[in-house]
Design a protein around this ligand. Structure first.
Ligand code: NDP
Ligand code: HSE
Length: 435
């Protein structure tokens, strides 16, 4: 039964996501009202260009360029404009005027989340952001609510669809990074600035948001260690295949115990890694996303689905909208996420990882021993070595896998090898996860 007054919804942005939010709000109006107990009335849609083409059936009569006036008249504001400004100003205005806000803006949350969350808490409003990480996949609410009574140890995700598409095509079709990037561009997977995807910025923003929720800790984006996929070569792909591995760009947020790093902390990092094909993340193909969570009592959990797309992202936004609207109907202030733990975010050099290094060495007596000695002198234990001769040259290709060691020790080994007379060239260095 609908007894509550209609709730006024302002939509900021009518692009790929916003147009789908408007469609779902219109098409599912009666069903949403029944679920919430109040009608959800879309009162306006703020855009830059009133004359731009919109999809068929789009409610163009609701378009406005006056976002501020729209916000003032709303109960709930949905921000799907993207970018930092004016999105940040608009969200602050909305919160300060008592509206709940729903946003998909990972870039804004990763850089100014603290200010936005603090404002929401001060005014008793709620900021929802399920769509900001992995779009359609419910991962924010599970971390925020379902796992709130557990202790999350690690969140490891493929949270950038375009780079997963690129790496997957390099793996399955044997094409180069450039060819795969061209395909991803044609399919519209890459951001307008592709470096956001291929250099790992987008994944780093999402990793910071996941770590904030998983570890109740503020994670400044500058403290997320970030490496992109531009160094991934077809040779590296083939070597991974030979060993039953696959290369994925992983966003990792991990609790680090005091006995490992001297202080309890968190590590948040993004880099291409080797993982076994048999790992649940190893079978995530195309532009799909997946997030693998390990929690003390729940054990291992896997969340999988579409990490982008207008309708898919709008699904997550509508879920947040129903929550926000129900809160309005029920009354009571918004609940802030706790950052009580505020663990230090540890630099990458203190984190224990594993490396796989391929190099070309001179093929002479004592070379292998001297290389092994380089590892030993930095207290890095070798797990395996595979040697293959190079054709027509007095060198050998060595593939060396390590046990866990600090990233500082591993990079010192790589630097020492690069400087060694025994090593002609370091062909590749890649971290290994999920073993
Ligand atoms: P688009 O670029 O397709 O759309 C942006 C919309 O915002 C446009 O309608 C644009 O107006 C409007 N807009 C931009 N700047 C202003 C401004 N200054 N004043 C008023 N309106 C403005 O973006 P998307 O829909 O792809 O993405 C929106 C958000 O969702 C971003 O934060 C993005 O990161 C996030 N997201 C997107 C996903 C996706 O698959 N697309 C997935 C997950 C998250 P106009 O139409 O007039 O140009
Ligand atoms: N550029 C992002 C991706 C879009 O490739 O996953 C979704 O956030």
């Amino acid at each position: 039964m609908i007894e509550y007054r209609p709730l006024r919804i302002a939509l900021l942005g009518a692009g790929s996501v916003g147009a789908q939010v408007a469609r779902l709000l219109t098409e599912n109006k009666a069903e949403l009202a029944a679920r919430v107990g109040a009608e959800l009335e879309l009162i306006g849609i703020a855009v830059r260009d009133l004359k731009a083409d919109r999809p068929a059936g789009f409610p163009s009569e609701l378009l406005t360029t006056d976002a501020e006036a729209l916000i003032l008249g709303a109960d709930i504001v949905i921000e799907v404009m993207g970018g930092i400004e004016p999105a940040k100003t608009y969200i602050l205005q909305a919160l300060n005027s008592g509206s709940d806000v729903i946003t998909a803006n990972k870039a804004l949350l990763a850089t100014h989340g603290t200010e936005l969350f603090d404002t929401a808490e001060q005014v008793g409003a709620q900021l929802y952001f399920e769509a900001a990480v992995a779009a359609a996949i419910p991962i924010i609410r599970p971390l925020r609510e379902s796992l709130a009574g557990d202790k999350v140890q690690r969140v490891m995700g493929i949270v950038n669809g375009s780079t997963n598409y690129i790496l997957d095509r390099m793996d399955t079709a044997g094409i180069t990074l450039e060819e795969a990037m061209n395909e991803a561009t044609e399919l519209g997977y890459l951001e307008a600035d592709p470096t956001l995807d291929v250099e790992g910025y987008d994944a780093a923003q999402k990793a910071a948001i996941l770590a904030y929720l998983a570890f109740h800790t503020e994670v400044p984006i500058e403290k997320v260690h970030r490496e992109g996929i531009t160094g991934v070569t077809p040779e590296l792909m083939r070597a991974a295949q030979r060993d039953g591995n696959v290369i994925k760009l992983l966003a990792i947020a991990e609790r680090i115990d005091a006995d490992k790093a001297g202080v309890e902390g968190v590590s948040v990092r993004v880099y291409p890694t080797l993982i076994p094909r048999t790992h649940p993340l190893g079978s995530v193909h195309g532009a799909f996303n997946a997030v693998f969570v390990e929690a003390e009592s729940a054990g291992q959990l896997m969340f999988y689905g579409a990490g982008a797309g207008g309708a898919q992202t709008a699904s997550a936004i509508l879920g947040d909208l129903v929550s926000a609207a129900k809160r309005h109907v029920a009354g009571g202030p918004g609940l802030a996420d706790s950052v009580h733990a505020n663990l230090p975010v540890l630099p990458i050099d203190r984190i224990y990882t594993r490396y796989q290094i391929t190099l070309e060495a001179t093929d002479q007596p004592g070379v292998l021993a001297s290389i092994a000695n380089t590892f030993a002198s930095h207290e890095v234990s070798i797990e395996f070595v595979e040697q293959t001769p190079t054709l027509g040259r007095k060198t050998a290709n060595l593939e060396i896998g390590t046990h866990e060691a600090t990233d500082a020790s591993l990079s010192a080994v790589v630097a020492a090898l690069a400087a060694s007379d025994a090593v002609e060239k370091i062909t590749s260095v890649i971290r290994v996860e999920g073993i």
